[in-house]
Design a protein around this ligand. Structure first.
Ligand code: GLY
Length: 379
């Protein structure tokens, strides 16, 4: 342990493929110590983006050098648009150039984009290499680095090309969040709210009390929220790794959200977490409209999202993407949960009581979106 280090651990229990999630402070400085026992040789390739390289790479480099681990670095452009075929080709060929062998470990050092792209590259390079996640954004620490979903986007939809490929370790250093732009922090916060909304009303109530401290930099509040989120996700992934059932709950807000992200061309006008916030609000509003959920619960969720400066209605979006309801409904049908042409949606009976609804009525959802878009344009 380095001076002032804190460390807690959560296990993702997947039998022989189980792995730890380390959560704490000053963890980059000791990353070499954590990784050394699981490396087949003391060489790794770090995959990161330009922003993370500037803000955090020196810390990780120090941590690896302390344990005599040699490394090469591949730096990619920051932003969701990097999760594409061209960057996948570039990355996999750089990894081959750097001599990565099947037993080697590739380090995904960054946010969800770097984790998803690097994880997918690791899944297909030499038919499968090992990789470790060192997430540096709140979104990646509480969601995308855990559970083994890896993917790239195509114009037809988000994360449509990918694989389940579990990391060998996750190291979530809370200090890395200090250099995160406030907007990225808020976007990641949407995924924290999601765990409360899915099945943990007391955690949602805790967030209502503590979101301010968490967003403003309180390390204890951040560590608590990251640990609670990772515990919730680890339990669901351990029970349903490949999303045959309850893992789909983690998609609350994502089917609506992914459609808006695609409509915005995966641009920085709408970050993934912002789309998830809007998507959760729409899922709750739609649940209330169907008489499943009290309108007061939908309002409570939206009030909390807005308090965190997240979009809770189409009117809250930064710019009108000039989309219509039919286009959004068509994008929703690209969802990976579509079975036999029928849409599965995560809806809610209350805050803390979400559920999987199979065979959702697409025409009804399109009407709902049409009314929402019309209301947003009037406001
Ligand atoms: N982000 C949703 C999941 O990992 O299942």
């Amino acid at each position: 342990m380095t001076k002032n280090q804190t460390k807690q651990s959560v296990c993702v229990d997947l039998g022989a493929r189980s792995y730890p999630i380390q959560i704490g402070t000053q963890l980059l400085e000791s990353a070499g110590e954590a990784l050394a026992p699981i490396l087949t040789r003391p060489n790794v390739v770090i995959v990161t983006d330009e922003n993370v390289a500037k803000a955090q790479l020196t810390r990780l480099a120090t941590g690896l050098e302390r344990s005599n681990i040699e490394f090469e670095t591949v730096v990619l452009p920051a932003g969701e648009a990097t999760k594409n075929f061209a960057q996948l080709e570039f990355l996999t060929r750089r990894l081959i150039d750097h001599g990565v062998e099947r037993g080697d470990t590739i380090i995904a050092f960054g946010g969800g984009v770097i984790g998803d792209l690097t994880g997918f590259a690791a899944a297909i390079l030499r038919r499968g290499c090992r990789f470790a996640q060192i997430p540096t954004t709140l979104l990646a620490q509480v969601d995308s680095s855990v559970g083994g979903k890896t993917a790239i986007n195509v114009p037809e939809g988000k994360n449509l090309i990918g694989a389940f490929h579990q990391p060998v370790m996750v190291i979530a250093d809370i200090d890395a969040l200090d250099s995160l732009p406030a907007r990225e922090m808020r976007a990641g916060y949407a995924e924290v709210v999601k765990y409360g909304a899915i099945n943990d009303e007391p955690f949602f109530a805790w967030l209502e009390e503590n979101a301010g401290a968490l967003l403003q930099g309180n390390a204890d509040a951040r560590a608590y929220a990251v640990k609670k989120s990772c515990e919730a996700k680890a339990a669901i992934v351990a029970a349903d790794e490949r999303e045959a059932g309850e893992r789909a709950l983690l998609n609350l807000g994502h089917t609506f959200g992914h459609a808006f992200e695609a409509a915005y061309g995966y641009s920085s006008d709408l970050l993934h977490g912002e789309a998830v916030a809007l998507g959760m609000a729409l899922a709750f509003d739609y649940s209330a409209r169907k008489g499943m959920c009290p309108a007061a619960d939908a309002e409570r969720l939206k009030t909390h999202l807005r308090a965190a400066s997240l979009p809770a209605d189409i009117a809250d979006l930064p710019a009108d993407p000039k989309i219509d309801a039919a286009e959004l409904a068509a994008l929703m049908m690209q969802d990976k949960k579509v079975v036999g042409g029928k849409l599965t949606l995560i809806l809610a009976d209350a805050i803390g009581a979400s559920r999987i609804v199979k065979d959702a009525d697409l025409a009804d959802i399109e009407t709902f979106l049409k009314e929402k878009i019309a209301a947003a344009r009037r406001s």
